[in-house]
Design a protein around this ligand. Structure first.
Ligand code: PNW
Length: 458
């Protein structure tokens, strides 16, 4: 019988992102972002869903913080909408935008909850996209300005800041396959976007440290356990490619100041890296105070079929690699395989192969079809998902991984990007008609875990 206990200062949290929950898309001077444009373009999201209202969190902040306090959260990870703070992405600050996040931080602190802020969770001001977006180098400089002025304004009460959430998604989903905003399908542009996102991260670290040196700074990457479908050389090469693009293409520049040579070679047809300038990799690899890892699943991959045709893809240069499902492995409502050992593998992989840095799981969670029955939402599959993955976190800590905290994705059901409101990741159910919040069984369960600082006997 095991009853895993976590270290006394382990940071228990839950996460959300601005566009997914706030709503109030045109209020108090907020400018349009690429996600407003994208979601209002017919055919881009399921049912044409958009974030105009979402969970109406912008107007329900006080109630939502009370809910977090009831769950006993030690920390809350949220993102700031750049277009609330700089409606066109540069120049004059919109005071009302900063005020909203100042109020959020104050209410959290009042409730004893540590604010954990992300500066960019995908809502690029549309004006900056019109000027070239992430494939354009100047966007990195605009981001550093926004980061500096925001942390200058709020760094007295928010001490933990993440530059970017998942640059893999912003670059390869946004500019490669186009399934995310801005919906561009151009492999070369996606590689430039990835570089400029990382450059923006490095420039922001420099700018913020020069101006508000006392805050902790990091970045969040979405990492995947990756394995070949069989032990054949061809499948193993496919796995190397996908591990390269999903994981090492971001980890290596940020933590080691270099691009992985094999991935650069895989990308040769797509990009000559002419956008890479002297000094960029030194800028990108500024020391971090922490690394955030979002973990959801494992990629199991196989060599391309002989007749495979290249199409716009999340995987530039490796467009035809096949993603397979193992038989008998359960999946979530996203059709993502549930693979908790992959989280141990991922955490150990980072801890063992890169310079030491405190780690946080900044997202982990699952979508399932939830139903309200007699006012109750029972979600045993989600409880089981969290339980397995927290056991994985515990195993990683036992193995010596410097894992300092865990944020469940998500605090509440929300706008799941191109899936709109059809996928529910929350521990709290949201009725989008009434905006009622109903804590699911998993929320009660998580509150118990936090209270005990550990898991129950198994
Ligand atoms: C992450 N993929 O997104 C995001 O950080 C969240 O905003 C999101 O709600 C959550 O995971 C659940 O999806 C991802 O296609 C979206 O591999 C797509 C992918 C990965 C992460």
């Amino acid at each position: 019988m095991t009853t895993p206990q976590f270290p006394p200062d382990f940071l228990w949290g839950a996460a959300t992102a601005a566009y997914q929950i706030e709503g109030a898309a045109t209020e108090d001077g907020r400018g349009p972002s690429i996600w407003d444009t994208f979601s209002h373009t017919p055919g881009r999201t399921v049912n044409g869903d958009h974030g105009d209202v979402a969970c109406d969190h912008y107007h329900r902040l006080t109630d939502d913080v009370r809910l977090m306090a009831e769950l006993g959260l030690k920390s809350y990870r949220f993102s700031l909408a750049w277009p609330r703070i700089q409606p066109t992405g540069s120049g004059k600050v919109n005071q009302a935008g900063l005020d909203f996040y100042r109020r959020l931080a104050d209410e959290l602190l009042e409730a004893g909850i540590l604010p954990w802020a992300t500066l960019y969770h995908w809502d690029l001001p549309q004006a900056l996209e019109d000027a070239g977006g992430w494939p354009a180098r100047d966007t990195a400089a605009r981001f550093a300005d926004y980061a500096r002025l925001t942390v200058d304004a709020l760094g007295d009460r928010i001490t933990n800041w993440t530059t970017f959430n998942e640059p893999w998604c912003s670059s390869f989903l946004g500019y490669g396959s186009g399934v995310h905003a801005p919906g561009v399908q151009d492999g070369g542009a996606s590689v430039r976007a990835a570089h400029h996102l990382m450059l923006g991260h490095g420039l922001a670290l420099q700018a913020v440290r020069a101006s508000t040196p006392e805050v902790n700074l990091g970045i969040t990457l979405n990492l995947y356990a990756t394995s070949p479908a069989t032990e054949s050389d061809a499948d193993r090469d496919a796995a190397r490619r996908i591990d390269g693009l999903a994981n090492r293409f971001f980890l290596d520049p940020v933590l080691r100041g270099e691009y992985p040579a094999d991935v650069v070679e895989d990308l040769a047809e797509v990009s000559d890296f002419g956008h890479l300038q002297d000094g960029d990799l030194a800028t990108i690899s500024q020391p971090l105070d922490f690394l955030g890892i979002n973990y959801y699943s494992r990629h199991v991959v196989a060599a391309p079929a002989p007749d495979a045709v290249k199409e716009p893809s999340n995987w530039p240069g490796s467009e035809t690699v096949r993603f397979v499902h193992r038989t008998g492995v359960p999946v979530t409502d996203m059709n993502w395989e549930i693979d908790a050992p992959g989280l141990v593998e991922t955490l150990r992989g980072v801890a063992e192969n890169y310079p030491p840095v405190p780690l946080y799981v900044t997202e982990n969670g699952s979508a399932f079809v939830d139903k309200v029955v007699d006012g109750v939402v029972d979600d045993p599959e989600r409880v089981d998902y969290f339980d397995q993955h927290l056991r994985a976190c515990h195993a990683a800590i036992e193995a010596g991984v410097p894992l300092k905290g865990y944020f469940a994705w998500s605090l509440m059901d929300n706008f799941e990007w191109s899936w709109g409101y059809t996928k529910r990741f929350g521990m709290v159910y949201v009725d989008y008609e009434t905006q009622a919040r109903i804590p699911k069984t998993s929320a009660r369960w998580y509150a118990d875990v936090i209270r005990r600082n550990g898991l129950a006997a198994q």
